[in-house]
Write a protein that binds this ligand. Structure first.
Ligand code: BEZ
Length: 304
């Protein structure tokens, strides 16, 4: 059995059709069916239920599918790790969600560049969800995001939980509550959520946060990105919940107020390939924690 046979089998299982799988794999259907038949003969078991439409896996097929997917992911990972280990000029590619740029990301990366001038560092904006395949395919080496996305090949470390704040116009009655507001105070407000796509994202986190407190705000408006949301707040059209670090985005008449509920936080995660034990990644962790020390941010370093 070769890796390409695993790929054939996984594609047929996912497409639930030999015809569609053959199209996707750019091969003719008869040799594809023969390869699957050869696998079944080799194992002495049926992998697909005969005559099922759409094609269904047998119990043995389901078991084989779960493991074949992991094996293929491992093979991809080994390929990208080998390329990385062999690089003469080392490059660290960092995927990040846009909102982190307003916080400590730029300081951390600047420190990393200063400490390791021989490293080539590339920053690539992408959602947390897109960071997982990008890590596995070697397009990035580190991902910084706000969502708890899980994958067996990815190590995810919670760096810290950032407090959330409310952005309001100076003339809004809530702007007087400088000591802070509760989520319950916001249910009747027009609230801008961002980004609009792809889901799940920061806007889903905010909706879930209200649900956690059994609150149902009714006037959510989704906009493409944080700058639009804050611009609309500054125009007096509504309010918006942002991570504390977004306070650096200043517009005339825009005020930021603490949200006092205990769970009004947004986590920041760092994701790497499980196999990646490289010194460059450890060095990046050191830079993160050095910036946290300078900023007197509490963290739990046991994770790394
Ligand atoms: C932070 O704000 O804690 C942070 C942002 C980006 C990368 C790492 C940490």
């Amino acid at each position: 059995m070769e890796l390409r046979h695993l790929k054939y089998f996984v594609t047929v299982a996912e497409e639930q059709s030999f015809t569609k799988a053959a199209e996707k794999l750019f091969i003719a259907q008869p040799p594809l069916s023969r390869q699957i038949q050869n696998l079944e003969n080799e194992f002495g078991v049926l992998l697909f239920e005969r005559g099922s439409r759409p094609l269904q896996l047998t119990e043995a097929g389901e078991f084989f599918y779960q493991h074949a997917v992991k094996l293929l992911a491992n093979a991809e990972e080994i390929k990208s790790m080998t390329k990385r280990v062999g690089m003469v000029e080392r490059t660290v590619r960092i995927g990040f969600v846009g909102s982190l740029l307003y916080g400590l990301l730029s300081r951390i990366v600047y420190l990393y560049r200063q400490r390791y001038p021989q490293l080539k560092i590339e920053l690539i904006e992408m959602t947390t969800t897109h960071q997982i395949p990008a890590l596995k395919e070697g397009r990035i080496d580190v991902g910084f995001g706000r969502l708890r996305v899980s994958d067996p090949a990815i190590r995810r470390v919670l760096l810290r939980k950032e407090r959330l704040m409310l952005a309001v116009h100076a003339s809004h009655f809530l702007a007087q509550q400088k000591q802070g507001v509760y989520l319950a105070d916001l249910v009747d407000e027009v609230m801008f959520l961002y980004p609009a796509q792809p889901k799940p994202n920061f806007s889903s986190q905010i909706i879930n946060l209200f649900s956690e407190y059994s609150l149902e705000p009714k006037k959510f408006r989704e906009v493409r990105e944080i700058q639009l949301a804050l611009g609309l707040v500054a125009a007096g059209e509504g309010v918006c919940i942002v991570p504390e670090s977004a306070r650096t985005l200043q517009l005339t008449h825009l005020h930021y107020i603490p949200i006092l509920d205990e769970n009004a936080v947004s986590p920041i995660f760092m994701a790497t390939r499980c196999m990646d034990e490289s010194e460059d990644i450890k060095a990046l962790f050191d830079c993160i924690y050095q910036v946290y020390d300078l900023e007197a941010i509490n963290y739990d370093r046991s994770a790394f």
